[in-house]
Design a protein around this ligand. Structure first.
Ligand code: UD1
Ligand code: MG
Length: 463
């Protein structure tokens, strides 16, 4: 990879950055327009990430952070762990952004005093003074998001350096989630879930899950990063799936903000959705810069750092934005891939170090990769596998020896399953097809959430 920017690229990035700086300076009026500032910051974050990936690629290779692209004729080595650049630029961006959402509270309303009153309108004077207080709780949730993300990025970089065992790294995001869960507890503390209308006669309208709700949120923090990391192995798929989820979450925020009734006092659902947009916009900015270099044919790899970082951004947005169930609706392909992978993850079926599709050098196409059975599976397992392989749309493909014993079976990822169903295809085509499927599932999920929710729930939390 050329390690410098071309003239045209340098000029475009410079122009973009200058325009974004101009926009940010212009937002210091009135309420500060944090959303526009966030958009401009995302542009700058994109330009920085793009340039740094180019400049630091060789440095990363020298430090040993490199990987072999296994699905190419020439298995060249390219820089890995480029997600670390995204994560660092992202963290710095949202740190610099801290004053912006609070500009109104710091400058316009409280003049830096935190609770100095603003000029009161007459109708309020009649009924007593209302002090405008600085929203410390909002700041706390923003800061806890940064803290949780930083911890998980540390884990990601550690994993890229030392290849931490799967069973060890699985639970680390749960620890990283503690700052955010504490803020949730102090600030919001709702552990009730609304019961679907159909189950109300048995359970009542609400069920209090208590501490189980915290376990559920910790599980989300574990699931999101890991599920992105195991839906991987072809160029571009990790970043692209994250960008798709990022845009779907943005759409969800916009739909929710749009639906919130306009009233003098802001609707309670407004703030979490704005908060979520402030975190998502720069995420999409840094991810597009990475995508540019990681799409087929990849010039860099994202590394586990990116997968953990991306997953944690989604977990944080979902938990602190109070829409974790909607979040899961946008993770349907990842959930299916996780469940489908479970037999290999829990070693019921042998799990090789890599499960990515196999590159056939003769055709240049990807084929399902196989895992070898050292000794044939036990009778019941063999029976089950043959049953799954016998479906009209088989869930697994088996290779048998002369005696009819299973010696090989396909690795259980939806990438391989797609190849079993639709036949060998080129790497980028496989990625595009999976992304279209993912986007379709996501849009369906949003439709269910925003249009059909009233079939199951008495009230939409927008209303
Ligand atoms: C996860 C998967 C593993 C898959 C790997 C690929 C599980 C339990 N683990 O492991 O099966 O093989 O991701 O990312 O499902 N690579 C390519 N082309 C790509 C992307 C990656 O050849 O487009 C190879 C490169 O050699 C790269 C390596 O995969 O160096 C990165 O693998 P890593 O992310 O460390 O694997 P895991 O996340 O542990
Ligand atoms: Mg990985």
């Amino acid at each position: 990879m050329t390690s410098s920017l071309t003239g045209a690229e340098a000029w475009s990035l410079l122009t973009l950055s200058a325009a974004c700086v101009g926009i940010i300076i212009n937002t210091f009026h009135g309420d500060g327009e944090p959303l526009i500032a966030s958009l401009a910051f995302s542009g700058i974050a994109f330009a920085f990430t793009f340039s740094l990936i180019r400049w630091l690629g060789d440095t990363f290779m020298k430090a040993g952070l490199k990987g072999r692209d296994m699905s190419k004729l020439k298995k060249v080595e390219i820089p890995e762990t480029m997600g670390a650049i995204c994560a660092v630029v992202y963290l710095l961006t949202i740190i610099v952004f801290i004053p912006f959402p609070f500009y109104k509270d710091i400058v316009a309303a409280t003049s830096g005093g935190g609770n100095r009153e603003f000029v009161l309108e007459r109708q309020y004077v009649e009924t007593g003074r209302i002090l405008h207080r600085f929203p410390h709780s909002k700041l706390a949730s923003y800061l806890s998001a940064i803290l949780s993300l930083q911890s998980v990025v540390l884990l990601g970089i550690g994993d890229d350096l030392f290849d931490i065992r799967w069973r060890h790294k699985l639970f680390i995001p749960a620890f990283a989630a503690i700052p955010m869960l504490v803020v949730y507890f102090v600030d919001y503390g709702v552990t009730n879930v609304v019961v679907p209308v159909q189950l109300e006669p048995y359970l009542g309208t609400m069920v209090n899950l208590g501490w189980l709700y915290y376990a559920y949120m910790a599980a989300i923090a574990i699931f999101c990063p890991n599920s992105i990391n195991i839906l991987a192995g072809i160029n571009g798929i990790e970043v692209s799936q994250s960008i798709v989820i990022g845009f779907l979450l943005l759409a969800n925020d916009i739909l929710s903000l749009y639906a919130a009734p306009s009233s003098p006092s802001p609707h309670p659902a407004t703030d979490p959705h704005l908060f979520s947009m402030y975190l998502l916009l720069p995420f999409i900015g840094v991810s597009i810069a990475l995508w540019w270099h990681n799409w087929y044919p990849a010039k860099v790899f994202v590394g586990d750092t990116y997968c953990y970082f991306a997953g944690m951004v989604f977990a944080i947005v979902g938990i602190l934005g109070h829409f974790s169930k909607t979040l899961l609706l946008l993770f349907i392909p990842q959930i299916i891939n996780f469940i489908y992978s479970a037999p290999q993850l829990f070693r019921l079926i042998p799990c090789p170090r890599h499960r990515l599709p196999r590159f056939n050098p003769r055709t240049g196409l990807l084929e399902p990769s196989m895992t070898q059975w050292q000794k044939p599976p036990s009778r019941p397992v063999a029976f089950l596998l043959k049953l799954l392989a016998g479906f009209p749309l088989p869930l697994i493909r088996l290779e048998k020896n002369g005696k009819g014993e299973i010696v090989e079976s396909t690795n259980l990822t939806i990438l391989n399953l797609w190849l079993v169903w639709f036949g060998p295809r080129r790497e980028d085509r496989l990625a595009i097809e999976l992304l279209v499927m993912q986007a379709f599932c996501g849009v369906l999920g949003l439709f269910v959430r925003h249009e059909l929710a009233l079939w199951v729930f008495r009230q939409d939390n927008r209303g």
